[in-house]
Design a protein around this ligand. Structure first.
Ligand code: HPA
Ligand code: ZN
Length: 349
């Protein structure tokens, strides 16, 4: 076990920004900044129901998940052409690289686009090309996870999977997102079983607003490898033990939880107790254009609010590599880089 060197508390924000990290819970449509929404609308000759970037941004006041999803799906309607998807992912990856993200596993919602007549190839090819270019131009590795919208039917999820399969080499797994309440994991049992047979990685949003039972079902019915959010696990001691023992990762998104009123005050966020209970918790941005910050903002703000220390920072970054679907040599290399950054911070004290 790496011995964490002493680091002056005032250097913690700089350390948090400098550490290499993996981002495992980012919806690419949630990285679409109002400026880019307006630029794409203009390029595509579309009218927006907001007069300005400022007016759109000021509409970002949410009371729960659904109030956010309504505006998030509306924002995505400017995406029409392969280049639009490329530009969106390219902008996110540049921003992530600036936050010292070395690896990103990026969610996308094909059904939001195919429902508007955009072919799935347009979506996947644009996003995938941006991931490939990011590797050579930004030195960041990135892969894609296709999410099924849980407010739609399992039959529609099967149809989306069918359309996506000719492009299977361009995504590494599937997830489940959108409205959790009223749409439990069981609804997607058969399509997840099929994806498992196909050798895809499996993840699902569970325990964001929904109860611990939703996390149990994601684990036991869908057989997911990671839980997205999962913060409601804290209400169930047996589930906490299961998650700690299995080291099933939770991709936690502090600013998202604050903005969607899961924890209205960041000082009440349970990331620290989850981590201290031995869970493989990680920090992520979810929908950074809507929730007021990218991954480093999530790190610095939740640390400031809850008093976490350099030891927690090390654990969170290390967990992000452990939790990723990257190769073992890549994981070892990033873990090594993480230690080097910690040592550098001590030397310069
Ligand atoms: N939860 C569920 N669905 C989503 C989210 C989220 O936080 N972000 C984008 N789609
Ligand atoms: Zn999410």
């Amino acid at each position: 076990m790496f011995k964490i060197p002493p680091i002056a508390p005032e250097r913690l924000p700089a350390l948090l920004r400098a550490i290499p990290k993996a981002e495992l819970h980012i919806h690419i449509e949630g990285s679409l900044e109002p400026e880019l929404i307006f630029a794409l609308a203009q390029r595509n000759g579309q009218m927006l129901p907001y007069p300005s970037v400022e007016a759109l941004r000021s509409a970002y006041a949410f009371t729960n998940l659904q109030s956010f999803l309504d505006i998030y799906y509306a924002g995505a309607s400017v995406l029409l052409h392969e280049q639009d998807f490329y530009d969106m992912a390219r902008a996110y990856l540049a921003r992530a690289a600036a936050d010292n993200v070395v690896h990103a596993e990026i969610f996308f919602d094909p059904q939001t686009h195919t429902a508007r007549g955009v072919p799935i190839e347009t979506v996947i090819n644009g996003l995938h090309r941006a991931c490939e270019d990011a590797r050579t131009l930004l030195g960041i590795s990135a892969s894609l996870i296709l999410c099924f919208l849980r407010h739609l039917s399992e039959e529609e999820a099967f149809a989306t999977l069918e359309q996506a399969l000719p492009l299977q080499d361009k995504f590494i797994g599937v997830g489940l997102d959108s409205s959790e309440l009223g749409h439990p994991p069981e609804k997607f049992a058969r399509v997840f079983a099929r994806c498992r047979e196909l050798g895809l990685h499996l993840v699902a949003h569970a325990g964001e607003e929904g109860p611990p039972a939703s996390i149990w079902s994601a684990l036991d019915v869908l057989k997911v490898e990671r839980i997205d959010h999962g913060v409601q696990a804290f209400k169930d001691a047996t589930l906490m033990q299961r998650l700690a023992q299995s080291r099933t990762p939770l991709t936690v998104c502090p600013l998202s939880n604050q903005k969607l009123c899961v924890f209205p005050d960041l000082k009440d966020h349970n990331l620290r107790p989850l981590l201290e209970a031995g869970l493989c918790a990680t920090v992520n941005s979810d929908d950074p254009a809507y929730f007021g910050g990218y991954i480093n903002d999530n790190f610095t703000q939740v640390f400031a609010a809850t008093g976490m220390t350099a030891r927690h920072a090390y654990q969170l970054a290390s967990n992000s590599f452990e939790a990723s679907f990257a190769s073992e040599p890549d994981k070892r290399r990033w873990q090594h880089q993480l230690k080097e950054v910690f040592e550098r911070f001590v030397e310069y004290d």
